[in-house]
Design a protein around this ligand. Structure first.
Ligand SMILES: [Ca+2]
Length: 260
């Protein structure tokens, strides 16, 4: 009897250890942004300019419930001195309809997703924002939340500014993001509902047609974040350079990152 009891417990303990080991494997490292001054920067390149064409921006985020800035940016591709370009951000305002919901700004014009859920609750969400002609669509975890029209003729994307993750250089004093970000993807095509649903929780081949920028933010160490969509050229840096700086986000374990 004692022997059977021991064997049972060995099996239970082995199973618990195995479960713990596999759980640890699933939690990779992603970047944590402090909400004060952390950001990632990557150089501009022409493939990011979609002109009047379609585009898709995606990212996986875990936004702190306590944001410090008024317009925490997830990803921004805008000029420093003008509002030309695109920023995907959250507005954790006091009004119920703005509280922690995703917005996109195209060339200075704001398009909030009033029908989206609140994202500033420290949970992991995969956000996708699609422009198809004059329609903007917001997706969370692969599910369409809202479809709305944009103003025709105001959306030509011709920025030369750097890509920033966790901050927007066109509005530098109000846009630091607090939380984790991973899987930042920029496309020069409108991804379909089926494609977004199929890949919001999976990594994507960097050579996928239409994928123009892809920073997985899963390196886990160092100052460089690679761009899988550009054969690892146009890599970004933690903060403004490869130097160790106070504006570098930190590598931390996060459920935002997808295991390859
Ligand atoms: Ca740095």
């Amino acid at each position: 009897m004692f022997k059977i009891w021991c064997t049972k417990w060995v099996l239970v303990l082995t199973a618990m250890y195995t479960m713990q080991a596999s759980a640890q494997k699933l939690s990779g490292k992603s970047l944590h942004f402090d909400g004060h001054n952390d950001f990632v920067q990557a150089p501009h390149y022409d493939a990011l300019n979609t002109g009047n064409g379609d585009f898709t921006y995606e990212a996986r985020i875990r936004a702190s419930a306590r944001q410090i800035h008024a317009y925490p940016a997830i990803v921004s591709d805008r000029n420093k001195s003008t509002e030309n370009g695109v920023i995907v951000f959250l507005v954790p305002g006091e009004e119920a309809w703005t509280m922690g919901k995703p917005w996109i700004n195209i060339n200075g014009k704001n398009y909030p997703c009033g029908e989206c859920r609140i994202l500033t609750n420290a949970s992991v969400y995969a956000l996708a924002v699609v422009r198809r002609q004059d329609t903007i669509k917001f997706y969370i975890n692969g599910v369409l939340q809202q479809s709305r029209n944009v103003l025709p003729g105001t959306g030509k994307i011709t920025t030369t500014g750097d890509v920033q993750i966790g901050h927007d250089q066109a509005n530098p004093s109000m846009t630091y993001f607090r939380g984790d970000i991973a899987e930042v993807r920029i496309w020069n095509v409108a991804r379909t509902t089926e494609e977004i649903a199929a890949f919001y929780n999976k990594t994507i081949d960097g050579n996928t047609p239409g994928l123009t920028g892809y920073w997985r933010l899963d390196e886990g160490a160092g100052q460089t974040v690679y761009n899988s969509a550009q054969n690892n050229s146009s890599a970004g840096t933690l903060g403004a350079s490869v130097l160790l700086q106070s504006d570098d986000p930190l590598w931390a374990k996060s459920a935002t990152v997808i295991k390859k």
